[in-house]
Design a protein around this ligand. Structure first.
Ligand SMILES: CC(=O)N[C@H]1[C@@H](OP(=O)(O)OP(=O)(O)OC[C@H]2O[C@@H](n3ccc(=O)[nH]c3=O)[C@H](O)[C@@H]2O)O[C@H](CO)[C@H](O)[C@@H]1O
Ligand SMILES: [Mn+2]
Length: 332
């Protein structure tokens, strides 16, 4: 339950946001900026050689499409040679956000170093790191065409507020800074590490990741919020998948709508003195129930732990780093 206190975080930015020229101010207030939108289609060049795709042969041990016809990405469902060559032509920028407050700054080094080895290698990535201790950010070598921006935020006493506060911070970041600077965004947990390729196969309008502990669970046993008083409420007979709160992404416009909606729903819950069972992850799951993702990533993209295995997981791309919750979090 909500234990009182301030529900929302206000950011103190190192540099103030500026009103961008692509925002229009009307009598109703500021309306959405014109999102940078590239409409290249999936163009391929003549002479690129790759394995013939099959209409008949594919993964048979997992589903690679949802009931609303969105692809589910597993190892064996895409060809990196082909898909990289298609997206290379689009000159994309992928914004990637992480938060490291309090003791979570210890995860930054491994996250960034491993991302530089595996995450959108060969593509332009702009990392945005939100922290209450900018001075503690380690010196990590970031590749050519890639960059790291550090944003100072207020420290908070409850891990739940830190985790939930991300939605508002992301909403503002997209609104004020990213509109003309990035094409896609991924929002990731920091207590994580990359061990394998994560590339353009993951791009889509709205992208969710299937939670690593609940990909083989009946929906009435998903850890959705079950109290009707919460905006995140999902009844036992509804729901598609249980999505991880630790990774989601998509186009700026879609992720802006997602973060704005979750921020609003969190705020209604706070006003009603209720905190969803898994905080913003519960609200994210409600959002994805009502706004179906256009692409789903398998748990390869957010695994339990590097030492855990499952028959369906042929490669671990990105995984949680084990942590002592009592030691690392600011409150129980
Ligand atoms: C794998 C997965 O889906 N994880 C989700 C899960 O537990 P987790 O155990 O993964 O939550 P967590 O402790 O990692 O907190 C989420 C994130 O908040 C940030 N943080 C948190 C505490 C702190 O003191 N400092 C700090 O910076 C940090 O970026 C961290 O990665 O549920 C959380 C909400 O209940 C979030 O939805 C997480 O994304
Ligand atoms: Mn985490």
């Amino acid at each position: 339950m909500w234990s009182g206190g301030v529900a929302y975080v206000k950011l103190i930015y190192l540099n103030n946001y500026q009103c961008r020229c692509n925002q229009q101010i009307t009598e109703q207030g500021i309306i959405n900026p014109e999102w940078k939108q590239k409409t290249f289609g999936l163009r391929s060049s003549p002479g690129i050689l790759y394995n013939q795709p099959s209409a008949l042969v594919g993964r048979t041990d997992v589903a690679s499409v949802t009931s609303w016809s969105a692809p589910i990405i597993w190892e064996g469902t895409f060809d990196s040679t082909l898909i990289d060559s298609i997206y290379k032509q689009q000159n994309l920028t992928i914004a990637t956000t992480v938060f490291a407050l309090g003791k979570y700054t210890r995860f930054v080094k491994d996250f960034l170093e491993s991302a530089e080895q595996h995450f959108f290698v060969g593509f332009r990535v702009h990392y945005y790191l939100f922290t209450d201790q900018p001075e503690s950010v380690p010196d990590v070598k970031i590749g050519e065409n890639r960059s790291l921006a550090v944003r100072k935020v207020q420290s908070l006493n409850r891990w739940q507020d830190i985790s939930m506060g991300r939605m508002e911070n992301l909403e503002k970041l997209i609104e004020n800074e990213l509109a003309s600077e990035a094409d896609y965004i991924f929002c990731l947990d920091i207590d994580t590490k990359f061990y394998g390729h994560w590339g353009v196969e993951s791009l889509g309008r709205l992208v969710g990741v299937i939670h690593p502990w609940l990909f083989n669970t009946p929906r009435n046993r998903f850890t959705y919020e079950r109290r009707p008083e919460s905006q995140a409420y999902i009844p036992a007979e509804e729901g598609d998948y249980y999505y991880a709160g630790a990774a989601f992404g998509g186009s700026l416009e879609d992720v802006h709508h997602l973060t704005k909606t979750c921020r609003e729903q969190l705020s209604i819950d706070a006003a009603n003195s209720i905190e969803a069972i898994w905080q913003e992850e519960s609200h994210l799951n409600k959002y994805f129930l009502l706004n179906k993702p256009s692409k789903l990533l398998s748990p390869e993209y957010m695994w339990r732990d590097i030492n855990e295995s499952a028959a369906q997981i042929k490669i671990i791309r990105f995984t949680n780093v084990p942590k002592n919750y009592a030691e690392v979090r600011p409150n129980p």
